[in-house]
Design a protein around this ligand. Structure first.
Ligand SMILES: [Zn+2]
Length: 90
């Protein structure tokens, strides 16, 4: 199913683009809220599932606590993004 959705004013692909900044905490408050609302309300992103939101939340805490660990965090982000991209495009 080709199921990219617009939720909370954002497309899944736009959420993907922002995910890194979201985790880094460099998004503005309104963008951050939109990403959170999308992850919470999008059935596509939710399918795999709450795990995206949960992973992202864990990564954010991890990155805030251990900024030097950025490389491994980036790897996890890349994996999430490619998984979600596959979901959207197939
Ligand atoms: Zn989505």
């Amino acid at each position: 199913m080709n199921g990219e959705r617009r939720v909370a004013g954002l497309l899944c692909s736009e959420v993907l683009e922002k995910l890194g900044d979201f985790i880094d905490g460099t998004l503005g408050p309104s963008e951050r809220a939109a990403v959170e609302a999308h992850l919470a309300g999008c059935s596509v992103c939710e399918q795999f599932g709450g795990s995206v939101a949960a992973s992202v939340g864990a990564l954010r805490r991890q990155r805030l606590a251990r900024a030097e660990d950025g490389a491994s965090v980036d790897k996890v982000i890349a994996r999430l993004q490619s998984a979600l991209l596959t979901k959207i495009t197939t």
